[in-house]
Design a protein around this ligand. Structure first.
Ligand code: FE2
Length: 242
């Protein structure tokens, strides 16, 4: 039997400060009073279950899912893959992983994105998949372009892919971003700079993974994701893997 258990408390001292003046929208988005940490309750320790039968065959292939295979997106073909793990290193199987990203020119297919890089008629920019029994996931996509954003005089977002991972409990859900190894814009980005510790930021940077690339086809990037939580497998009433 598999079930969720109490979540490990969030370590606020290692998370980005919600108020970060170089990231201008944080001024209005951040709370003005100190946050309180509370014990998790069943509403945080449970969550929706997603099944493979809700997914379409191309949902994890952003190169072709927007046209349903009729035409391919423009850009550098890449494979992004990895495992979803919890804090104890255990795989998080059968959990929904969703991604969204700009196209190769750095433009989102979104009504509020008015950057003059053109839309790609063959690229939507969204995908989803469910981890397998070992917590493994993969996407085929194109490498997103960097894009400028209205913050300070000349700020650019590094190339990045947005991730949402549901986990097995609402309190585990993680929204994050994946960056690409070697992108010089990472060190100039005020959003990336909100991550306090370099080793934590490095964990958001996916290394090039030549072993899992394919010649004359695509490069691969490896991105493992760690959710908080304590998901234990009960075996004869003995907690395993704690
Ligand atoms: Fe973005």
């Amino acid at each position: 039997m598999t079930e969720t258990a109490a979540l490990m408390p969030r370590r606020r001292e290692v998370h980005p400060d919600p108020y970060y003046p170089d990231y201008k929208t944080s001024l209005t988005r951040s709370p003005s009073l100190p946050l309180l940490s509370m014990e998790s309750t069943p509403s945080e320790e449970t969550g929706p279950r997603f099944g493979h039968n809700m997914l379409g065959a191309l949902d994890n292939n952003l190169i072709s899912n927007y046209t349903q295979g009729k035409a391919l997106a423009v850009g550098e073909r890449i494979r992004v893959h990895g495992r979803v793990l919890d804090e104890t290193g255990r795989a998080v199987p059968h959990t929904l992983v969703e991604v969204w990203q700009a196209n190769a020119g750095g433009r989102y297919r979104h009504i509020k994105d008015t950057y003059f890089a053109p839309l790609d008629p063959n690229f939507g920019g969204c995908g989803r998949t469910i981890t397998d029994d070992n917590g493994y996931y993969e996407f085929m996509t194109i490498r997103p372009g960097a894009y400028p954003w209205p913050n300070r005089a000349n700020d650019w977002r590094p190339m990045h892919i947005h991730f949402s991972i549901f986990g097995h409990a609402f309190g585990q859900r993680l929204i994050s971003q994946m960056y690409f190894q070697g992108d010089p814009l990472i060190d100039l980005c005020p959003i990336a700079a909100t991550v306090r510790d370099r080793s934590q930021l490095d964990r958001l940077v996916a290394p090039l993974d030549m072993q899992n690339s394919r010649g004359m086809d695509y490069l691969a990037y490896k991105f493992d994701i760690v959710l908080r939580g304590r998901r234990q497998t009960m075996f004869e009433n003995k907690p395993e893997g704690m």
